[in-house]
Design a protein around this ligand. Structure first.
Ligand SMILES: [Zn+2]
Length: 340
């Protein structure tokens, strides 16, 4: 007889013995549950130790069997043993989550740190999509639509993958160089967008906490704006200019760092020098022209990279040949004003 068979038979016989005992003598209930059976099985097991393995003997010794109760089927996921749809659903979901956890290749620390960052949710969400590689670039779209063109519209040289768009593309490289991010160093160590984004979350640059935070936010905002500019180029035929992209990034950076500073005293009171080194102002200039009197008026407004108005000026001229000349004069005037 196999071990399980022997165990079942021994159990049946041992159950029968106390039933006979109890039908003859009245034994207190607590004694039956707590002491009698435990000792009874123990004695039986000890008397024939070779019949069972030690582990089995120990388990039998610890067993308490209430013979007055009928056997019932119990549902393990609930405490009272009764089946509920809720507990079955929770059990299924829990299993699925465990499977997802295994397949999820983004380390938990990176995920936690990303969602803790003090930048707007839309920026974090974009970076999260980069980590999951679910941003709809042309390389992605061509999988579903063979007739679409996978070539990057900005450089017209390579396929538009996310890594190309945010890192390899000539336009992106110019933007990163302006932002003082070492392009070549990253290109050596990372081959895809996910590795690159994950590398942000380990302080390899040896920064202090404040600089490290600023550096991470710069990269996050940089990627987000490059993607936004790309979308505007593709869908609205907007022409791209790396300089205006950089000032747009710096504008957002200034706002986000400012907002983060209000809630976190750790962040610096001013941007690090590396970010201020490209303080590119935005100039609005326009000229009006009256073709009857040949008079022209010029207006100019200068904004700093942070979006603060730093100067306003207007001027008047007569004897202007045409509207084009008036516009040229206005631009010339604003440039000489800036120089001064
Ligand atoms: Zn490109």
């Amino acid at each position: 007889m196999c071990q399980a068979g022997r165990a079942t038979m021994v159990k049946a016989v041992l159950n029968a013995v106390p039933m006979y005992q109890m039908s003859t003598y009245k034994i207190p209930k607590t004694l039956i549950n707590k002491t009698y059976y435990s000792k009874f099985f123990k004695l039986e097991c000890q008397s024939s130790p070779n019949s069972f393995e030690t582990e089995v003997v120990e388990k039998i010794s610890r067993m308490h069997i209430n013979i007055s109760e009928e056997d019932i089927v119990r549902w393990k996921p609930t405490r009272d043993g009764n089946f509920t749809v809720k507990s079955a659903y929770n059990k299924l979901v829990e299993t699925r989550f465990q499977q997802q956890e295994v397949s999820m290749t983004v380390p938990k620390e990176v995920r936690k740190e990303l969602w803790k960052m003090k930048v707007p949710h839309r920026v974090k969400l974009f970076i999260w999509k980069c980590l999951q590689d679910i941003v709809q670039t042309k390389v992605k779209i061509i999988r579903y639509n063979n007739s679409s063109d996978p070539i990057c519209k900005i450089c017209n040289q390579q396929n538009e993958s996310l890594f190309h768009l945010l890192w390899v593309c000539t336009y992106a490289r110019v933007v990163w160089r302006y932002l003082n991010v070492n392009v070549d160093r990253v290109a050596d160590s990372c081959n895809n967008i996910k590795d690159w984004v994950m590398s942000w979350f380990s302080n390899q640059q040896g920064f202090g906490i404040v600089e490290y935070n600023t550096w991470k936010i710069t990269l996050m905002v940089g990627c987000w704006i490059i993607w936004k500019e790309r979308c505007e180029t593709v869908f609205q035929n907007k022409s791209l200019n790396p300089i205006s992209t950089v000032s747009r990034i710096q504008f957002y950076l200034h706002n986000f760092l400012h907002a983060a500073r209000d809630v976190s005293p750790e962040l610096p009171q001013s941007l690090p020098v590396s970010l201020l080194s490209v303080d590119i102002p935005t100039i609005y200039v326009d000229a009006s022209y009256d073709h009857l009197t040949n008079n022209s008026g010029t207006e100019m407004v200068i904004f700093s990279c942070a979006g603060t108005c730093v100067g306003v000026k207007g001027s008047y001229a007569d004897g202007v040949i045409d509207a084009e000349a008036a516009e040229c004069m206005a631009i010339r005037e604003v440039l000489s004003w800036m120089e001064a």
